[in-house]
Design a protein around this ligand. Structure first.
Ligand SMILES: [Zn+2]
Length: 138
């Protein structure tokens, strides 16, 4: 049976998380190029990344599940099972779908730290809510 690539990843951890989600949802998955990427990470781009492949009859379901996975739709289930896990929600609309960025000043501090051999730490990360566009740091 021919398998169809439903998604590809450059980072193995992302690929394993998506693979695990599909398997939990009952979709059989094959992870292609896995060992090539582990052996030589720079091959990931040339090979098209680690590819999640499914049978054609599972392709549509896999796309829907991965879309929900990428949007954080399953995070509330995790919070119901493990309520003690500290999750971050938007302080404005309480949505849990947001994007985190490495602030530019952290890059500057890192470069200055390297130049003067003194550690300058800035731990704050900038988050942007995908629902209301609110920005906050923590
Ligand atoms: Zn928000």
């Amino acid at each position: 049976m021919e398998l169809v690539a439903v998604e590809s990843y450059n980072h193995p951890i992302d690929a394993y998380l998506a693979k695990g989600r599909l398997e939990v949802e009952g979709v059989p998955v094959f992870l292609a190029n896995e060992h090539h990427v582990w052996m030589n990470w720079s091959y990931a781009q040339a090979l098209g990344g680690m590819q999640l492949k499914v049978s054609p009859q599972h392709f549509t379901d896999a796309q829907k599940i991965l879309k929900m996975h990428n949007q954080g739709e399953y995070e509330h289930l995790l919070n119901e099972i493990f309520p003690e896990i500290d999750t971050k929600n938007c302080p404005n609309c309480n949505a849990n779908s947001y994007v985190s960025k490495f602030p530019l000043h952290r890059i500057f501090f890192t470069l200055v730290s390297l130049a003067i051999s003194v550690v300058l730490l800035s731990k704050r990360t900038l988050h942007t809510c995908q629902q209301c566009n609110q920005k906050w740091k923590d």
